[in-house]
Design a protein around this ligand. Sequence first.
Ligand code: PBG
Length: 430
Amino acid sequence: MASTIVNVSCNVQAIKGLDFQNYVGLKASTNSKLNCLKTAIKALPPRFLVVRASERQDGPIKKMGLSDAECEAAVVAGKVPEAPPVPPKPAAPTGTPVVHSLPLNRRPRRNRKSPVLRAAFQETQLSPANFVYPLFIHEGEEDTPIGAMPGCYRLGWRHGLVEEVGKARDVGVNSVVLFPKIPDALKSSTGDEAFNENGLVPRAIRLLKDKYPDLVIYTDVALDPYSSDGHDGIVREDGVIMNDETVHQLCKQAVSQARAGADVVSPSDMMDGRVGAIRDALDAEGFEHVLIMSYTAKYASAFYGPFREALDSNPRFGDKKTYQMNPANYREALVEVHEDESEGADILLVKPGLPYLDVVRLLRDNSSLPIAAYQVSGEYSMIKAGGVLKMIDEEKVMLESLMCLRRAGADIILTYFALQAAKSLCGEKR
Ligand code: PBG
């Protein structure tokens, strides 16, 4: 009998549940045996290790020198070997009322009584493979901290970006989505910089693909970082966001990103018909293999505040309510699902994440496509702030919030916590 352990170095975190504090035997940081195993396996040239049960030589019976028949005969003759006694009943504190057991034939706590049982029955797993890491990039050489998002930076595309992606890959996060901060001088009312083949995003994609060919790069398709109005589309004189004209621009943007090497283009603009139009535009240019992740249910949310500060992309006037969805609406998300599916979307996204878990579940139950959830900037910053103020345990709330998004039905999660959470799942301390 042989068992095969494939790619062990990052499998552990996939098994680990939320109650890792009490977890027996799997917490890599405190378990030196596991660390040794990891190191040993890393040192092996082949990608898998075969363990043969028959090679084990530590059978207890051999040591005693008795055959099976002799052991059985001893027991039959009444010479029963010693075993530890039945343990005493643990004492309750004095003053505990003495009561009859409740007549319950179902006590759900039985299935939760030990870490091993809890891990065995855990319905949802969280792994770095589920994360997509959103990264802010700029033209500068230095990494600039983002005030409203502690721990996040506008990364210099040439150095900081490459380093951050390297760190993420080290802990199993091999998917990123790029958000550019565009110089004001390059913004315009029609956002043409969005499809400059030598713009910040295409350059960054080419650099990353050169360095890490197997990295999966998602891009944002929308005009807001490039728009002098800060809107996702072209704004008419009377303030109307022009749909079809915007879609024309978005197609050019998506194609320029695909040409640079993007794997997944992600329209976040909420214009009507953009998924189908982008699919046609990509296919016409030979990018049939490029995926479209559609922001299917993107709500007009105040949770995007810190993001807009990060990119200086606040709408110069008005709000985004004529294209992003009303937070009060649920059923309407299905209209968007049907459109995006029929137009050829490959992944459907819900945004924000945690306040919209019902919508994540709605999409999960109404589509066979992979579902993505975006844990947005406001969600991230609230958890960070709560942690800094010592009002909550940041680490645990982070992992719980991500697990809940998975439980609601998200296959992948776009989260600014991607690196921190992956480190935590791999048992590495920050
Ligand atoms: C813009 C875009 C936004 C986010 C992602 N893409 C902001 C917006 O729609 O105004 C928000 C992400 C976040 O808050 O983390 N197309």
